[in-house]
Design a protein around this ligand. Sequence first.
Ligand SMILES: C[S@@+](CC[C@H](N)C(=O)[O-])C[C@H]1O[C@@H](n2cnc3c(N)ncnc32)[C@H](O)[C@@H]1O
Length: 208
Amino acid sequence: MTNLQPESVSRETLITKYFPGQEDAIRAYAEFLTTAGIERGLIGPREGERIWDRHIFNCLPVTQLLPQGASLFDIGSGAGLPGIVIALARPDLKVTLIEPLERRVEFLNEAVAAIAAGGVEIEVIRGRAQDVKKSADFVTARAVAPMEKLKKISWHMVKTGGSLLAMKGESAANEMVGIKGAELHEIKLEGIELGRVISVRKGSLISA
Ligand SMILES: C[S@@+](CC[C@H](N)C(=O)[O-])C[C@H]1O[C@@H](n2cnc3c(N)ncnc32)[C@H](O)[C@@H]1O
């Protein structure tokens, strides 16, 4: 019989494997999410127990689509997902978090300060995606908007040769309908649930 559950690997093993050199920083971020994040209503009160599986490890598959040294805008970062996780898993990237709500931007700045000991620099910009006049090689988003709207508000931020990368759930295939150039990536990393990412590339390829 086929076992569809992700193989059971301990949390500490996954931290060591996916956050080499940033183990303390990712633990500090998880702690900040489950304390200040819940107290200030950025994370649901019941998310504490599942913060690692459902929120942190869940953000790792998209890192497979990011070439070394690329710049990345994470729009609608909220409490820092996936942007902070990506930055700690891939310190070679230049990550900027973009979020319009002041309260969340304050939280992001504090979270970035809490993990600063790891030496990873993360920029935070307050603003709506459609109002930001800068661009990056890649734009990521998790739970921000349906695909069509997401492309509309962020396409100007994607550099030629780069991509919009939207983390999606089981309905990913349906969301792609009508989006020109959209591609579905089903990414399985050891010990982590399958991740689904829709990519839309702008112009020619930046090689991974
Ligand atoms: C449901 S939350 C998701 C937060 C985070 N990405 C996550 O996965 O936990 C959606 C976030 O998108 C932000 N947002 C909404 N409209 C936006 C826009 N036009 N540009 C950038 N961010 C936006 C909201 O303020 C909110 O923080």
